[in-house]
Design a protein around this ligand. Sequence first.
Ligand SMILES: *Cc1c(COP(=O)(O)O)cnc(C)c1O
Length: 379
Amino acid sequence: MMEKVTKPIYVTQPALPPLEEFTDLLKEIWDSKIITNNGPFHQQFEHALAAYLGVKHISVFSNGTLALITALQVLRITGEVITTPFSFVATTHSLWWNNIKPVFSDIEPDYFNLDPEKVEAAITPQTTAIMPVHVYGNPCNLERFQQIADTYGLKLIYDAAHAFGVKVNGNSVLNYGDLSILSFHATKVFNTIEGGAIVSPDAQTKKRIDYLKNFGFAGETTVIAPGINAKMNEIQAAYGLLQLKSIDQIIEKRKRISDLYRVHLKDIRGISFLNPAEGVDYNFAYFPILIDSSQFGPSRDMVYDELKKHDIFPRRYFYPLISQFPTYKGLASASPDNLPVAEEITKKILCLPIYPDLEEKSVLNICAIINTLKEKHAQ
Ligand SMILES: *Cc1c(COP(=O)(O)O)cnc(C)c1O
């Protein structure tokens, strides 16, 4: 039965590497006194990440937002970029910080990713790139986006902040497009406390990215561009190396939580969830459900409030839409008429808690609370 949970349960809780192993690495750092600027752990971490992810070149960053901002600089993106309103605000903020005009285009109803079939209508002479997001780690329509980018001569930059480790037919989703950006923030599947990365297809591009994340320095006295400081430090790189050792178990544990939710929510009318597509190795980054109040009874916000009363804190990722924030609301493309699918999904979506150490009884409790709310409402 429903029991009152004692500790609050948040939508996520970070996995941390074993403390003893981390202190061993900290001792090495204390001995070497190399604490940042492409030190030995930074280099090791980039190699280990590239190998694990199955990508050729990766540059780690102090966070995902600076990685996004830098990716746009590296490709010299200007003018307008077509992107999704259904994401974390940093996706669009990275355009704003580059003086690029975001153009919102609607999402598709299956995975809530940018809909390639709607993108073409948003292209203008000012458009230079498309920036889709693999929302919740589910891959975008990779072939269609590449086709459109090729046809119109546009760059394709994927915000892959949710897509750590995701593969399509055995190939990393990060190998698509011109560049892909990862986030290693504490709330993500794989964390370095704060952190991020850009995956690039060739060594020259990686070199330019590495210059840009270090003020534009290409040598002791050579500055090739007005770069930024977005370097990851040695302590985070060491932490990341340890984290990488357990990432497969982390994802496996997340899968178990996801399976449990599916079993216990599948028969509740008015609740539906996303199913990973065929051929996709998924990372179980989130557990989003859609609550259709015309069938379920209570609204999404009633479920959200009810869980909060029990000290359980799901999140309405992504509500409000980015297009509804004051900075972007005035853009013509931000009009709800332009984004009907996103406007509908944002009202129904709820991301339930999912993390490796979430206990089975907590998952059952969350499902019971949702079920009871429905039954009470029906009476
Ligand atoms: C987390 C996130 C970011 C930003 O990453 P940070 O590392 O927090 O700066 C960007 N885009 C999306 C879709 C995200 O979820």
